[in-house]
Design a protein around this ligand. Sequence first.
Ligand code: PMP
Length: 377
Amino acid sequence: SVAQGRRHARYVSRVRTKATSARSSLGNFAAVRQGFIDSVGNTPLIRLNKVSQATGCEIYGKAEFLNPGGSVKDRAALYIIKDAEERGLLRPGGVIVEGTAGNTGIGLALVANAKGYKTVIVIPDTQSQEKKDMLRIAGATLIEVPAVPYKNLNNYVKYSGRLAESIAKTHPGGAIWGNQFDNTANRKAHYETTGPEIWAQTGGKVDGFVCAIGTGGTLAGVGQYLKEKNPAVRIGMADPMGAAMYSYYATGVLQSSGSSISEGIGQGRVTANLQGWGVPTREGGSVDFWCQVSDEEALPLIYDLLKEEGLCMGGSTGINIGGAVKLAQELGPGHTIVTVLCDLGTRYQGKIFNVDFLKSKGLPYPQWMEAGYLNPR
Ligand code: PMP
């Protein structure tokens, strides 16, 4: 209607006035991010109050769930695509193929949308429905494959590598394989962004950094940067119970036993992202603390964080916080430790916030969850 049109015109002129004054007072819209890609990174550090109080340390979580694609993997996705562009491997309409537990795929699909590429994502069928749904919403072509070990030719990583090769042969825009495990553009993202951010945000007063290994990109990239700034910073690795990296760090032998419901972490081999820095060497100077965290330890941390501090986190974050607590106990009170809040718990609603699922796995859940589940408010 005419009235609506006038109201709209008034609205637009008001917004324009505001924008003009913002421009004059802020110079160049300092706070505005220019689209998805410009919004990756620069996440806050959040003090984790309960575990800080319990350990007498200052434990902070790097809020990677606030990246625009919702996880720590947005950083790696952006660097992998930028790297391929710089090498001249991607042309408009080109395809990015990747094997992923989900988050890297989500990051790649969204960066691809912002830059005019397509994505084909290969995912083990055991990963959460919420991540698969998000990949489809983002427009990725999703291929679900049975979850089989890396040594199997049909493992999702190897499958995605072969698929990339065959698409590249025929697709006019070209195709690349993200190859996040062995593509060190992943580690570089954390060396150039996450690490420097943590250093700046703590004013260099960081005594320890700890996280789990999926590809190893976060651990090696952040660890290497912080150690270069201050060799005394302790870099810790938290392994979900049963994964092979703990045994590798402790004994030099990759041996897995047991299992975890956490997703996106729990590596069975020394990836290229870990080689050269992320595994302990005789000379030292690399990762210098390692521990295992069970689901029984990690889940209560997640539930308390939601119920008492309002932060709803995914399972790998529980492993990370468990590792931060163990490093805090090792260092003693008065230290500052940073870990990673990888993604939101809503990405695993049907699993770690589902009483039936937890019961079926024989895992602990708080009484309030059952009450909330049966009697939704
Ligand atoms: N947590 C979640 C939820 C993830 O998806 C990933 C990535 N696979 C990680 C942690 C581990 O990060 P990175 O690959 O850098 O080791």
